[in-house]
Ligand binder design. Sequence first.
Ligand code: PEP
Length: 253
Amino acid sequence: MARRKLIAGNWKMNKNVDEAKALAKELINNVKGVETHDIMIAPTFVCLSEVANIIKGTNISLGAQNMHFEDSGAYTGEVSADMLLSIGVEYVILGHSERRTIFGETDEIINKKIKKAIEKGLIPVFCIGETLEEREAGKADDVVNNQTTKGLAGISEADASKVVIAYEPIWAIGTGKTATPEDADSIHNIIRNTLKSLYSDAFASNMKILYGGSMNENNADELLNKENIDGGLIGGAALVVDKFARIINYVKK
Ligand code: PEP
């Protein structure tokens, strides 16, 4: 079955409200005709409402970069799923390697967040990926399989089918180093095999698996044409409208 691609931009901690609005407006103009795949942008929390107003009714969906797993309460600095839904957010990036490594998010925390997002009707973009050390020690497959298994623990097949996975090797994020299209495709296939054993063949072949890690306007065509790569999660290049629009308008081979 053909999986519909998703090209997603993670703006991280960049752009103030005016800059975010300007970028969203420019992007709309550059990707107007795109209908064959989905587009998502994830600005910072403070920009979400304003960007939501700008992209409403266009082919661009709104994502958040994180959320808390509780509904409400004494969690200073946190944001809930309901708050995101109330301003039109559809996707939420969970388990990004920067959340894992800088902010100490564990597989267990990420699992709780994925469960909450599904319960509330947000689409989790669940990030996994190995460090350079792990890759060099030949452990990349084990690490991503372990993260996948723990992140989806206790989630039924029907619920897990609402998740999008993003494979983001940590050594490729923001470094200019990209996994070769063959390498990325092969790890995606390995993730699919893990999904087969966790759920079913049909589930695994329907799962959308994005690649992230220095995807840019020059390497996107090669990556996005690979059989097992169902889109991209893009950081740096998503902040420059020409680059991101070129990725979105990638050339199908
Ligand atoms: C990311 O942080 O999700 C990412 C892939 O960043 P970059 O494209 O800058 O490597």
